[in-house]
Design a protein around this ligand. Sequence first.
Ligand SMILES: [Zn+2]
Length: 90
Amino acid sequence: MSPLRLIVIAILLYIGYRLLFGGRKKVNRGQAPKEPNGEFPTSDVLEEDPVCHTLVPRQQAVSWQDGDEVFYFCSQECCNTYIYQKGEQG
Ligand SMILES: [Zn+2]
């Protein structure tokens, strides 16, 4: 095999590599993209409702602070249930 042919193969491999991986210019830099419409991001943190154990996005959840702890609920009803149960226990 001639050296020229090796160089051609190397160039073809390089072009193929660039076509596969070089075209992706949108690099995720590890930070969440800004939401243009102000809608809550779909990658919002999910919190587990301690009453019905539903996972709810933190921004949509009903939050209730108990001392240093903050609890998140899917609805005000679950929040009331939790406070009621906690009152019965304590
Ligand atoms: Zn709930």
